[in-house]
Design a binder for this molecule. Structure first.
Ligand SMILES: Cc1ncc(COP(=O)(O)O)c(C=O)c1O
Length: 413
């Protein structure tokens, strides 16, 4: 590739998304390549949450459930967010976390296919998806989990007329492989199965067209590329055609048709509210407002184009400047089937990633040997990519990563 500094500066100068960086707090001197794990704070969130605490909570107190729209937040935020994932009004709610939402969606989907008993998922997918699927299997007599990577090489080959649900990660958390949503949804539905998409690594960083692809269910978190903060509530999408049949087991009062009737009898809410459980963490939920404000007017096709350019540049520069040090690309080279992070395997990946953090280049590590670097196009510059690679080269060449301090494993990697 042989790019010189002037070429990289030109990429930043011509970047149509450059102005969006101002909408976020990016600490000085930090090259943050972990927006795929925890996005940076939106610039307006501190002021916005101060208002929530000082006014809505401290002064207005209980009146804020109505007056500040707290009770309606799961759905009002869902409606605002729906177009970003190709969903319609009243098809999305924010609530709980991905694990809980997956649990509800799996049961709801299985309840819609009572004559089938197989759930297909990916052995290499994010572990919580597997753990929850495992838990659901334990609760439903006769259900079987069929895993890509254990029971067959390709997801496509595992889907037959016994399959009730296919649970698929749109972008894999480790390899960054991006699945073809339209093709896989169709393939599963042609066999009579329903699909659940996990959008954790795609929502907010690429166009997602759930309804255009005919998807049935989707879940995702809001703390990665949506930048809503640590532990912010997740979302659920259920296509409207399924709402009448929506039965999930966590029938808490927020999913009741008339929660303030306080009836001893459960009556399911019509529509997407049937996926709610109980009281939501309102402070975290309110941070989603600032997160969505920061995404207002964003063209996700432009975001995807920049994401591909950033990740292409990163791969090319690492291969040019860091060769001979044992790094193996663990991500597709073809940008069309890649998400917005790039993984390299290296037997000393943990120590190398720690040495990078010490120099202000923050990525993360996924056991056993994956160094992961996420590229959030709204606040990263091409010059950040080049500077990160220069640090990586220096750490590898000098052997700086051998410092025993970098081998100390923290609780969170
Ligand atoms: C693909 C995927 N699914 C689910 C989760 C997390 O689920 P939860 O919100 O329950 O912690 C993550 C977190 O990184 C993830 O990457």
């Amino acid at each position: 590739m042989n790019l010189v500094a002037a070429d990289i500066a030109a990429l930043d100068r011509d970047d149509p998304l450059a102005e969006f960086r101002e909408r976020f707090v990016v600490p000085d001197g930090l090259i943050y390549l972990d927006g795929n794990s925890l996005g940076v704070a939106p610039a307006s969130v501190a002021g916005d949450l101060s208002h929530v605490v000082a006014q809505e909570w401290s002064r207005d107190l209980i009146a804020s459930w109505n007056g500040a729209g707290w009770f309606a937040l799961p759905q009002s935020l869902g409606n605002r967010f729906a177009p970003l994932i190709g969903a319609d009004e009243d098809e999305v709610v924010f609530c709980d976390n991905v694990s809980i939402n997956l649990f509800k969606c799996l049961h709801a989907a299985l309840n819609m296919r009572p004559d089938r008993n197989v759930v297909v998922a990916e052995q290499g997918g994010f572990p919580t998806d597997l753990y929850i699927a495992d838990g659901v299997e334990g609760q439903r007599a006769g259900m079987n989990l069929r895993l890509e990577g254990r029971d067959g090489d390709a997801l496509e080959d595992l889907i037959d007329e016994n399959v009730a649900v296919v649970l698929i990660n749109h972008v894999d958390y480790k390899s960054s492989v991006r699945r073809d949503m339209a093709a896989l949804t169709k393939l599963a539905q042609d066999k009579g199965a329903l699909v659940i998409w996990d959008l954790c690594h795609s929502a907010g960083v690429m166009p997602v067209d759930l309804n255009g692809c005919g998807s049935d269910f989707a879940v995702g978190c809001s703390y990665k590329y949506l930048n809503a903060g640590p532990g912010a509530p997740a979302f659920i999408h259920v296509a409207k055609r399924h709402h009448d049949a929506l039965r999930q087991p966590l029938t808490g009062w927020w999913s009741h048709a008339d929660p303030f009737a306080f009836s001893p009898d459960y009556e399911r809410s019509p529509g997407i509210r049937a996926m709610l459980t109980g009281t939501q963490p309102i402070l975290s939920m309110r941070a989603i407002v600032a997160a969505l404000d920061a995404l207002e007017g964003v063209d996700f096709h432009a975001v995807r184009a920049k994401s591909q350019a950033l990740t292409d540049l990163f791969i090319a520069l690492v291969e040019e400047r860091c060769s001979g040090h044992g790094l193996e690309l663990a991500t597709p080279r073809d940008a069309a089937i890649r998400g917005s992070h790039v993984s390299w395997s290296h037997e000393n990946g943990y120590a190398i990633s720690q040495a990078l953090v010490a120099r202000g280049v923050v990525g993360d590590f996924r056991a056993p040997d994956i160094m992961r670097f996420g590229f959030a196009p709204l606040y990263l510059r091409f010059s950040d990519v080049a500077a990160a690679v220069d640090q990586l080269r220096d750490i590898l060449k000098s052997g700086a990563w051998r410092d025993p301090a970098y081998a100390q494993r923290s609780l969170v990697t």
